[in-house]
Design a protein around this ligand. Structure first.
Ligand SMILES: C[S@@+](CC[C@H](N)C(=O)[O-])C[C@H]1O[C@@H](n2cnc3c(N)ncnc32)[C@H](O)[C@@H]1O
Length: 390
């Protein structure tokens, strides 16, 4: 068989595996082309609005670039690339691996059967079921989740699990939004774990365009977040310095806040309501504002059997604060759910309030319930009420 035929055979195998849905992964290595810092290329099949594509991540020394290519574009890229720029390529399918090697003028193809791969991976390797399957990303390493070897560090396993869980929860909510390029505000973004994970998943696995903006008080975090977004090639992700309440949230499709401190969560909810965001999702942190008022002791005497114990007071303050937030969201036209988003073995701050615009119940009924709860717990005002002018 002549040299070009080896490449044609490899391309034909890629075409076939793509068409029959058995392709698992395509990797290219041994790069020696004009781009100085390109290390490797990895592609997976994705389904995006434009149709089915192979989504390639071009891994450079300090950044990743993603390109979604049609099958014809992939064929062109491989035919040229394997002849000139890449010394090796590996096609992984559910039934076999096909390894291409080029050494000088010699081209080799080696096929090895791997019967039952998909079933074995799904049942034996939990990480393969996670949203973030590729642990070699620049951002995972920069945020201390992975080590130099590209593996999740032992002391970061919990964090990695949490990030994956958040992506599993948030990605479908984002994908339900009607906007084609939704604007997502993450209020009190910190180092931006959620933003990097969500952006990576949406762009590189789901083929969903998104603009994610992390709003954060601390300028140093904003600066490092922006540098890392650039290094990662995440063009639609950026961080802006400022306070949640002062930020111009107009045009937001989703407003998210994870563990923003105490009433900063209310600031985020308020910004979501004010901008008419279709989705508001917050994981509250501490609940001091309401706790102080309950502790002032004007609550219904019948609650004394609970509130005299510090630990129950803590839990009550949390539930009352968030229960009122849910009611105030309902009064503002959002249907609302509260659920645990990670196990409390990982963090006690594990409640997520998810509010989606539309089909809420009666505003007056929600406000009546707010009034009743306040009387029961001796609460003068919930900070969010003040923001909403209620
Ligand atoms: C506990 S951290 C959580 C960070 C991130 N959301 C996470 O879950 O990893 C809270 C972050 O919110 C920021 N923050 C608190 N209040 C804020 C406000 N009013 N405006 C902007 N950022 C705020 C803090 O600087 C901090 O970085």
């Amino acid at each position: 068989m002549s040299a070009p035929d080896r490449i044609a055979e490899f391309v034909a195998a890629v075409r076939e595996a793509f068409a029959d849905g058995t392709i698992v992964r395509l990797k290219l290595g041994g790069y020696h082309g004009p781009e100085a810092d390109l290390k490797s290329v990895e592609g997976r099949k994705v389904s995006i609005k434009a149709g089915e594509r192979l989504s390639f991540v071009f891994r450079h020394k300090t950044r990743d670039i993603t390109k979604n290519l049609s099958l014809d574009e992939v064929a062109g890229f491989l035919s040229d690339g394997l002849a000139r720029h890449y010394r090796s390529a590996r096609l992984e399918t559910t039934g076999f691996d096909l390894q291409f090697e080029r050494q000088g003028d010699k081209l080799r193809l080696k096929r090895s059967e791997v019967a039952g791969r998909a079933v074995a991976e799904a049942s034996h390797d939990r990480t393969k079921n996670r949203a973030l399957t590729d642990t070699s990303s620049v951002w995972l390493h920069a945020l201390g989740i992975t080590g130099k070897d590209g593996q999740v560090r032992n002391d970061a396993q919990d964090k990695f699990r949490q990030i994956n869980k958040m992506v599993e929860i948030f990605a479908p909510l984002i994908q339900q939004l009607k906007a084609t390029n939704p604007r997502i505000l993450d209020m009190g973004a910190g180092k931006g774990y959620l933003d990097f994970a969500l952006y990576d998943y949406l762009a590189n696995r789901a083929g969903q365009a998104a603009e994610i903006i992390g709003v954060e008080l601390r300028p140093a975090l904003v600066q490092s977040g922006n540098a890392l977004a650039k290094d990662s090639g995440f063009e639609g992700l950026r961080f802006e310095a400022g306070s949640i309440l002062d930020y111009d949230a107009a045009g937001a499709d989703a407003v998210i806040a994870l563990h923003a401190c105490d009433t900063a969560t209310d600031d985020a909810i308020y910004q979501g309501i004010k901008s008419g965001a279709a989705l508001i999702a917050v994981a509250p942190c501490c609940h001091k504002q309401i706790r102080r008022q309950i502790e002032a002791g004007k609550s219904d005497d019948r609650l004394d059997f609970l509130l005299r114990h510090g630990t129950f007071m803590e839990k009550q303050a949390e539930m009352v604060t968030d229960g009122l937030r849910a009611l105030l969201l309902e009064a503002s036209g959002y249907r609302t759910k509260v659920f645990e988003f990670v196990s409390d073995a990982h963090t006690p701050k594990n409640n997520l309030i998810v509010a989606q615009k539309g089909n809420a119940g009666s505003r007056q009924a929600a406000l009546d319930r707010v009034a009743a709860v306040k009387t029961m717990f001796g609460i003068e005002t919930h900070y969010l009420e003040g923001l909403l002018g209620l």
